[in-house]
Write a protein that binds this ligand. Sequence first.
Ligand code: ADP
Ligand code: MG
Length: 612
Amino acid sequence: MSNFIKLLPDSVANQIAAGEVIQRPASAVKEMLENAVDAGATEIVLLIKDAGKTLIQVIDNGCGMSAMDARMCFERHATSKISNADDLFAIRTMGFRGEALASIAAIAQVEMKTRPIEDELGSCLKIEGSKVISQEPCQCSPGTNILVKNLFFNVPARRNFLKSNTAETRHIIEEFIRVAVMHPTIAFSMTHNNKTVFKLTKGGLKARIVGIYGNSYNQKLLPVEQKTEMLSIKGFIGKPEYARKTRGEQYFFVNKRFIKHAYLHHAVANAYSELIPTDSFPSYFLNIDIDPKEIDINIHPTKTEINFRDAKYVYAVMQAAVKKSIGQYSLTPKIDFDVDPSIEMALGSLPKEGVDQPKITINPDYNPFEGGDKGTVSPPRQPKEEADKWQELYKHHLPEDTDSTQADHKETEQPLETGSGSTSSRFFQIQQTYIASNVRSGLMVIDQHRAHERVLYEYYLKKLKDSPQGSQQMLFPQNLRLSPGDAEIIRELKEDLVKLGYILEPLGKNGFVINGIPADLEENNSVEVLERIIENHKKHLKDINYDKNVNLARSMATNLAVKPGMKLREEEMAELFDSLFACEAPETALDGKRTLAIVPLSDLEHFINEKK
Ligand code: ADP
Ligand code: MG
């Protein structure tokens, strides 16, 4: 019998291992930037071409490497950062697994020039798919200059898996920000296809945040500072009135390394509760300085997740720190002559006390069913002829003895008019949430929100497939200021947004002017709807079956559908009823639940005849 088990050649093993560390260009960017920070650089330059697919280059003025180290650093588990197991518990640098460069070299064509400042000559090394092509002394500036070309050149499956250039660029920008934001004493720049994306000069943390997100952040930030024996928290949070509908800038760092921590996020969100609407997100940039002994970084291969030994304690300090910062701010009198329109917008969307209104609404006055005079537009509807699909659905609800010919259906399955022909008896609203109607087979109850969502969803999906649709000019064009990542999303969705009726013009680096909006949208919530679209897009990015159109149509529908708690007039209910049954899937809500239910007459009888 022959033997089947063999050892994988090193090159293959390296490629497999590389996949864990380097999933996309942004992962390589992260590792290379972190190495430059660890090398003590005061200036770091990132250059990319084609979303990092053809080139990622990082130039730093850090400590550089000797000829020997230049060769060693591409070996797996080669690291200067730990030498024994104890070091693992005292590590403060960004990297320490010694895997990044080995992984990158396994799946790309790498050229590196590096020189410690005290050496006269540097080394130049070329390595491709883990094979060293050449190494020779060379002239170069002190520090390290690494070029990574054609990532995944030898792993076509991976290469094909990469997303569009805009999507990959967005990931890179995100990684860049995560490293750059907490290192304001290092100058960072980023250039994509020879165009400058960021140019961040040395300065304080606030200046760094403003440098990344734009001048408008100058007045949006509140300082946070809290020290205890075990840890210290320092950074900035967004003022409550600037909370947004899009999960924007939420950054935790531990010893300046970006981390994700749902539990700590809760601590911050909790400190804001009652101050911002429940569907809004506060921004924060908070660093926790803590003895590495108190954390376990190594639980996740990409190291964005960590465990605290005493997470409850960190939670409590975090919450107190944020509360204190907000408290101090709200105590100081604010004289603000120059009211930013976005403040008004944020306040406008807070639930008002004492008003009988649904808690979260985009615009409680918006009535999608209302026709013309105010300029509101009647609800998107399918042509009337399609409006009899609903009969199919209720065939089985017809009492057995009904003579169910086609012609009969129309007569029998319309909502029955129980009164003297006045329409007011066809539909009624239950708790301003459900629409009830008397149908042949019993009592039909429609969830108004889900039903309207379905109607709008199919309407917008159709719009997106068609050619561009009508748009209304904004009377007062609105400015949309976004983070670089969010701006990238808008650019990515631009074509589809145009189809919906949006007219957006770029404004500065990460801004847009909203000049036109879909005909059926109200002008005063245009910014909010776009923010929700961005948020929704982000939420679904990781879905494999993610379809941009489906997602956009969903966002629009969820945003604009009547909410539970909204009073509807008889004609509006009738309109919704008809539009619903003109849908492809009238009975299914967007979340897979039901839009409606029918309580059969027999059940009603049964119910009412039960003994008291
Ligand atoms: P790790 O960062 O986990 O140690 P890497 O594979 O990222 O592993 O890097 C291996 C080693 O190469 C580092 O420990 C460091 O000594 C050296 N190195 C990498 N990048 C640089 C750089 N830009 N400047 C100086 N030394 C570097
Ligand atoms: Mg590293």
